[in-house]
Design a protein around this ligand. Sequence first.
Ligand SMILES: C[S@@+](CC[C@H](N)C(=O)[O-])C[C@H]1O[C@@H](n2cnc3c(N)ncnc32)[C@H](O)[C@@H]1O
Length: 285
Amino acid sequence: MASVAGSGSFSELEFTDADFKSVRDLVRKNTGISLSEAKRDMVYSRLVRRLRELNLQRFSDYLALVCSDGADDELIQFTNAITTNLTSFFREGHHFEYLAETVLPELMRQNADVRKIRIWCCAASTGEEPYSIAMVVKEVIPKNSGWDVKILATDLDTNVLATAEKGIYPVDRIKDIPAHRQRRFFLKGGGKQQGHVRIRPELQQIITYKKLNLMDQWPLSGPIDIIFCRNVVIYFTKDTQKVLLERFTKLVAPGAHLFMGHSESLNNVTDKFQLLGRTIYRFAE
Ligand SMILES: C[S@@+](CC[C@H](N)C(=O)[O-])C[C@H]1O[C@@H](n2cnc3c(N)ncnc32)[C@H](O)[C@@H]1O
């Protein structure tokens, strides 16, 4: 049935059931994201902008373009439009307390011979999450102590990664960060950058940003000591989650920690990660 999407407002373009189905199939195939019927209006409003930019009148024409040979750039734009990138500094603050008080001190004992810690933040969005991790790392691990700590921050969406890599944010994004952390880790912008803050290089130096689709090959080698995989598997089906979690097991160090999002659970997904509490898991094969 043909419908006009965008309840309460008139939309100019027709978005049929067949169009929505094609979008859902394509998104599922390329990203693992499973879009429910309830996401129909959201999908419409995010994609219609792109149709307008391209002067296209029909979703079917747009989808044909996205799927055509050599349209890799459009597929990237399509994917970027679909992803939900909500994030914030120190989101789910108890995870960062646990990282500071338990996980990092334990790793400093456990990895004392190699003096190396590897962290993967696999749905990094605009960077607030990896920078929050990096701040904790800098606070816990003494400067010049010879520890080699690296954070790999990846995401599928190239737009959010570009923001993350820049490390520049409107000042209100850090309003809930305590003043001592603001002073230590952020530089205030002046002139054209008034109203913005910039992450200090000492944090950027320990983070590598890379585009990585969790559904594709992962060009990374383990062992990884900590994985932050928060607020992303919620968009995947249980089957996809199972495959993903099994792949994590091949990459992590014995006893590695896994942080999941507040509404995510590994019940009926895997028993190789043991729940420690409050969506913090430990690899226990
Ligand atoms: C809601 S944000 C969560 C950001 C951050 N982890 C947090 O909890 O604040 C979800 C992120 O997952 C990314 N994402 C979705 N599907 C992905 C996939 N298949 N591979 C990699 N990243 C994906 C999106 O681009 C988005 O930036």
